[in-house]
Ligand binder design. Sequence first.
Ligand SMILES: [Mn+2]
Length: 225
Amino acid sequence: MNFPPAIIGLSSYYQEAKWGSWERQASLVPTSYLNSISGCGAIPIILPPYSESKPPIQEIERVIQAIDALVLIGGDDYGINKYRDFYELTLCEAAINKGLSILAICRGHQLLNVVCGGSLYTHIPDVVGHTRHQPAPGHFHENLVEIVEDSRLSSILGERSLVKCSHHQAIDRLGDGLRVVANFEDGIIEAVEITGDQFVIGVQWHPEEGDDKRLFEALIESTRN
Ligand SMILES: [Mn+2]
């Protein structure tokens, strides 16, 4: 059966950017995310954090009606960009309540945990005593993560996966309704999901980097149910 292409909304962030002879604030989404979605046959749409304060829920629900699934992308630390935090918190909460499929990546995965009432470690080298989750800012480290059997994530990726980490924050106290579905060997939580039928997966790593696009394929597949 042929399905029309799914429309996938991606959260974005305002950032000082340079292109040609211009230097302006821009709504930024790295093309690795966009190509991951278009490469799986779906249509990416950028959602800018347009409101200085919490946007009206009616506006957010209108956005949610317009998309088939949501990707909460990575970026700077959670809690330092109020435009982005307000917008994404409202978007994530409404998307959960409306039954939308969500793939939450790195900072997005941390935000998902906060929306569900959880907390974060602000600097995990202080907790685990090493920098294998982020050798330096802007650099990745490849880590083998163990995936919990009988999880949605294990049905997509199997028992373990070699992933690209670049984060110095991580989930501390788990949010309500979330289940841990992957860990690194030091105990750091690497993935969570909501139990039940709704596709809501948070991964601390970066599936948009590299060639393994199974998480994006699974997200898009979930919109056809
Ligand atoms: Mn990690």
